[in-house]
Design a binder for this molecule. Structure first.
Ligand code: PEP
Length: 239
């Protein structure tokens, strides 16, 4: 996987007001020198900040959305289509984050439709998959996650990014161990293609990023809490 370009993506979740543009400006400036040239850096802010961030024209940071609707337009009050997010300046779109699956009842079928909608609007989907603690403890993590992937993955060559995010490691301070990550990423590699970017997510921090990013078939990270501050996110990018 040495040839696969790395990606570090930050998911701000429902955090960020206009004041926080100062933070992302600081990050963009710090990434100018020395400029990491073998990694793409993406921030997925709340949708309200995509256009203001886009207007700042950072050339070291790409932008992503955290979700999109399955349809292009229509009577879906409160929702945003992939084309609108693209219009606002997003190039990527997270789909199937476990918080969407849990709090909004998104099924594999919905996630698949959202992924297709993102591709159609020229957004690069970041498809999230991951098991809960019960599944991990029952020894069914790999089978469950591969099934989740296959239910939504449109096939090789589509430029889809996959993020393995064990639910029990998100926002908990717990991370999967290198052996667990290696086993899962080997299975995801087999189920995708040699050039699919496979990210790990779940409590990635400056202190553990280098170890996680050194695991085979890990091509980057999806970072939640530690993406909010330039002081945390920059060292993860550099790792
Ligand atoms: C996430 O929700 O995508 C995530 C990885 O969160 P955290 O880094 O805060 O665990």
């Amino acid at each position: 996987d040495g040839d696969v370009r790395r990606l570090i993506a930050g998911n701000w979740k429902m955090n960020g007001l206009e004041d926080d543009l100062a933070e992302v400006t600081t990050l963009a400036q710090r990434l100018e020198t020395p400029r990491p040239d073998n990694v793409d850096v993406v921030i997925c802010p709340p949708a309200t900040l995509i256009a203001p961030m886009h207007a700042l024209q950072f050339d070291t940071i790409g932008l992503g959305a955290q979700d999109c609707h399955t349809e292009e337009s229509g009577a879906y009050t409160g929702d945003l289509s992939a084309a609108m997010l693209r219009d606002a300046g997003a190039c990527y779109c997270i789909v199937g984050h476990s918080e969407r699956r849990d709090y909004h009842g998104e099924t594999d079928e919905v996630v698949k439709a959202k992924l297709a909608a993102a591709l159609k609007a020229d957004l690069i989907p970041i498809l999230c998959v991951g098991e809960n603690l019960e599944t991990r403890e029952a020894g069914k993590a790999v089978d469950t996650v591969v099934a989740q992937l296959k239910a939504a993955f449109p096939g090789a060559g589509k430029g889809v990014v996959v993020a393995y995010e064990p639910i029990w490691a998100i926002g908990t301070g717990k991370t999967a161990g290198p052996a667990e990550i290696e086993e899962m990423h080997a299975a995801l590699r087999q189920a995708t293609s040699p050039d699919t970017r496979l990210l790990y997510g779940g409590s990635v921090k400056p202190g553990n990023a280098a170890e996680i990013l050194a695991v085979s078939n890990v091509n980057g990270a999806l970072v939640g809490g530690a993406s909010l501050k330039a002081d945390d996110f920059e060292p993860i990018v550099r790792a």
